[in-house]
Write a protein that binds this ligand. Structure first.
Ligand SMILES: [Zn+2]
Ligand SMILES: [Zn+2]
Ligand SMILES: [Zn+2]
Ligand SMILES: [Zn+2]
Ligand SMILES: [Zn+2]
Ligand SMILES: [Zn+2]
Length: 460
């Protein structure tokens, strides 16, 4: 069902054809005689523009923009998914009045007649939903890997759509279920028919987002079938047009591909390209599960990037410094007591555990500058603690090459740490020593000496 263009556009194919093919039949809706029935839940022409999950526009040739002259009436004609039957009846009555007042063959009339059809259809669905069984299953229901729990509506005035049948979810009268792992949302009546395997299962099997850029195999290789529901696709009809998913390179039918836009991990990693591309519902749910996971060893995957992008080098450097700082903080009782690390870094611990792994989200924030801002703040707070804490300052170093009594830390600018013995020197001092760590040399010499002594003893 649908209201109008900018609110929803998921008229079932049959209904849409019906509307566009015959205005006269449609006008019989004025008298409320015919009621279209939805034969199968799948084939809706197109989808949504403001679903909770999708952010972009969807084209729908069947829907018309509201004529300017009707904009002022819009509040009496539009309904949201928490509308009740009275709201819809009032909207229908008002819409019918406007039809009678409108000029014949005008844009207004055309729009109103279509809208009236939509309203009637919506009312019918709503009444059916109200009449239907509404028993709920108590806790968690598992279907093809999903863990469905009752969906608690969090945002009013947001339309929620069923991932299975693409229909609107009438939250006042319909129970819906959401997968606690991947956010798949479905009507209660649809839950048992779900065919899409939970994105969480797919993501855990894959372990890493698809690494090739849009690995397309072609429609013929797919035998012109939707990669998810196997609906036969063709370009002649909008409701079964093939839609390419830029993430996995497969073609989908419109009910399985809502033209959602998403960042594509492979494009980010290989091309530093953050432009959103169109993806299927399944891919969107999968990508969303990968976004915050620190899985990308960026320097290994694309070493040149660090040469070209100064901001990446800066991030790498500050993360390395935070790794050094973390070593101080996890050994400091005071820092642990005030939960300094948790308070500063929250769940993004990977950022200070090493400087190798990035999540796609980290990379996005590297590009827009927010990660640097965040890490600088963390750096300043850690720095303040370490320099003012008696336990941490006790572990500061003094450069033994110059024996200057200034205390130094591995995260100080101009200092360098020996990766063998962890001693810290001024970079200039160590350069003077041809980068040979004096402490390591002493160790080496002592070892040789000991070996020598042992050999001498054996000979005696
Ligand atoms: Zn449904
Ligand atoms: Zn799921
Ligand atoms: Zn499909
Ligand atoms: Zn401390
Ligand atoms: Zn020095
Ligand atoms: Zn050393």
């Amino acid at each position: 069902m649908s209201t109008f263009r900018d609110s929803i556009a998921s008229i079932p194919g049959a209904v849409t054809n019906f509307i566009s093919e015959s205005a006269s039949t449609a006008s019989s809706y004025l008298q409320g005689q015919t009621t279209p029935t939805r034969s199968t839940p799948t084939p809706s022409t197109s989808t949504t523009e403001e679903t909770i999950n999708s952010s972009n526009t969807v084209h729908n040739d069947k829907s018309l923009p509201i004529p300017a002259s009707l904009v002022k009436e819009q509040w009496r004609l539009i309904f949201s998914s928490d509308a009740n039957a009275q709201d819809l009846e009032a909207a229908i009555a008002h819409c019918r009045d406007l039809v009678l007042l409108s000029e014949e063959c005008s844009d207004e009339r055309r729009w109103l007649v279509r809208h009236l059809v939509d309203l009637r259809y919506a009312l019918k669905e709503l009444q059916e939903a109200q009449a239907g069984p509404n028993e709920t299953f108590s806790t968690v229901k598992t279907v093809v890997g999903h863990h469905f729990v009752v969906h608690q509506r969090t945002r009013r005035a947001v339309r929620y759509y069923c991932d299975f049948c693409t229909g609107i979810i009438w939250s006042v009268v319909q129970t819906s279920y959401i997968c606690s792992d991947c956010n798949y949302l479905a009507h209660q009546k649809c839950v048992d028919s779900v065919i899409r395997i939970c994105a969480h299962v797919i993501a855990s099997e894959r372990q890493y987002p698809i690494a090739e850029i849009c690995p397309e195999i072609g429609l013929a290789a797919q035998r012109y079938k939707c990669a998810e529901c196997a609906t036969l696709l063709n370009f002649k009809h909008a409701w079964i047009e093939p839609r390419l998913c830029d993430y996995n390179g497969l073609y989908y039918c419109p009910p399985c591909h809502w033209n959602d836009n998403s960042i594509i991990p492979a494009r980010v990693i290989h091309n530093w390209d953050f432009a959103p591309r169109k993806v299927s519902r399944a891919s969107l749910q999968e990508i969303n599960l990968f976004l915050d996971k620190p899985l990308v060893k960026l320097e290994e995957a694309n070493p040149k990037l660090f040469v070209f992008l100064e901001k990446l080098c800066t991030i790498k450097k500050i993360r390395q410094n935070l790794v050094y700082m973390r070593k101080y903080l996890i050994e400091c009782r005071l820092a642990m007591e005030e939960k300094l690390i948790d308070n500063q870094i929250g769940i993004r611990r990977h950022l200070i555990q090493s400087n190798e792994f990035y999540s796609i989200h980290d990379l996005e924030e590297t590009e827009n500058g927010t990660l640097m801002e965040f890490l600088s703040k963390v750096f300043n707070n850690f720095n303040r603690h370490i320099r003012n804490c008696s336990m941490c300052t006790a572990k500061a170093y003094i450069c033994e090459i110059c024996s200057n009594c200034e205390v130094i830390y591995p995260f100080d600018d101009g200092c360098i740490i020996c990766d063998k013995c962890n001693s810290i020197y001024h970079r200039v001092c160590l350069t003077r020593k041809k980068m040979l760590c004096p402490k390591c040399i002493r160790f080496q010499n002592r070892k040789i000496q000991l070996q020598q002594n042992e050999n001498d003893n054996n000979e005696d």
